[in-house]
Design a protein around this ligand. Sequence first.
Ligand SMILES: Cc1cc2nc3c(=O)[nH]c(=O)nc-3n(C[C@H](O)[C@H](O)[C@H](O)COP(=O)(O)OP(=O)(O)OC[C@H]3O[C@@H](n4cnc5c(N)ncnc54)[C@H](O)[C@@H]3O)c2cc1C
Length: 483
Amino acid sequence: MAQYDFDIGILGVGAAGLTVASGAAQFGAKTILIEKEKELGGDCLHFGCVPSKTLIRTANIYHLMKNAEKYGLPHTNLKPVDFQAIAERIQSVISAIQEHDSKERFCKLGARVEFGSAQFIDEHSVRLNGEMLSAKKWVIATGSSPFVPMIEGIDNTPYITNKELFSLKSLPKSMIAIGGGPISIEMAQAFNRLGTKVTVVELANQILGAEDKDMAENLMNILISEGITFYLGSMPLSTRDLGNEKEILIKNTEGKTIRLKAETILVAVGRKANLQDLGLEDISVERDKKGLKIDEKLRTNHKHIFVAGDTTGSYQFTHAAGYEGGIVLSNAILHLPRKADYTYLPWCTYTDPELASIGMNEKRAAAAGISYSVWTEEFRTNDRSLAEGEETGNIKLLLDEKEKPIGIQILGPTAGELINEWVAVMNGMIKLSTIASAVHPYPTLGEINKKVVGTFFSGKIFSEKVKWALKFFFNLKGRACGE
Ligand SMILES: Cc1cc2nc3c(=O)[nH]c(=O)nc-3n(C[C@H](O)[C@H](O)[C@H](O)COP(=O)(O)OP(=O)(O)OC[C@H]3O[C@@H](n4cnc5c(N)ncnc54)[C@H](O)[C@@H]3O)c2cc1C
């Protein structure tokens, strides 16, 4: 039998790689982790979720301070923000989390960590810093990078991506965000709240293309009311460096060209998998239009080479990467066959209000040919929302023909937290009647989950038929006021 240096080798140490590594090492597999950058943790920690959510928190506090009068507080004349201080706070949060993702921690768990760029030289071996390392199984978890579209002049126009955004030396006076996806929209609101004049240019006719148009539009209208300008259905034609400012020429839906200028251009139009320089062509790893060709067990055409995280080209979220890491661990180390199933994969865009989703929305249900009914409830009918001054948004519950929940979208305060009840409901196949009868603490935002279910049941419970039966059996006398 072939002898390998390691039971499992992992290329890339972000959310996916860390999940596989910690599990594999703790199960007793001889594990090697190979990371290209100087530190572990990947994009989520250094240039993604962690810095963006830290920045959003700061921006939201500044926004609340600016709107103090709304809460019955005195008006305050605020100084402009010092972005270096914000960047320092971001860095301190990253550093605190970095300790959990350190080489030392993984060494304690039993995994060897190496830094550098490895290339496959055969199906089981890579070359790293002049050394040959072989493993029985390999995992490609090298993540993704910002995709930069081919726009005339872009190569000669300075622009930033999420890699530079969180360590800017000063707050840009103005910014054009190219792209209307979650990264762009979250950052557009945060920078706008901090004092940057933000313009968003999006090719499609709505922002957040995966979401239902009504929910995305409600959110966009809030962002417009805060001062962000949107150009939907607009294609960037060219960019130009004007020195202190950069220029973008766009063509809108009517075919009109518009000249936009800003101090900074943020490119956030999507992500491309980091698959270059891995030597994958040399060992004939097959590709398809999403990236690497993989089966439901996340295996490539070489059944011992797995893929997890953003490199799969599926759902580019940290929790998806963690989930896929678990699938790989199960298949590669435990030999318990598991397939990736994204039916109930939730996600959230962390704007204010947040927009969270699980399962089918109207768009996805229609595309799948599923008949559904929609039940909604507004946050302005939730007592806690009013007390918090956070009354914008709504919940949308989709039921199939058998009245089984197939999806929920929430646009509202802490929607990312509120969706968690539905994560349990959908995965646990809990009946709607259980949520309707379960006591939720008052006053909480979470009562909206119970209330939307109550809206669905109320038509059935307070029906003429039920009233008639109660009158017949118990002689109820009916209305005591008015007709
Ligand atoms: C601004 C922003 C905000 C985001 N916010 C959220 C959020 O709120 N919630 C959420 O769920 N997701 C969010 N994401 C997405 C999330 O960051 C990714 O889905 C997640 O990091 C993917 O994990 P991964 O392990 O696949 O890749 P990564 O975490 O990027 O890890 C890949 C690792 O591989 C390394 N690598 C690359 N090439 C090589 C090579 N050749 N050899 C060795 N190592 C290599 C990289 O340096 C990196 O460390 C955000 C992303 C961005 C950009």
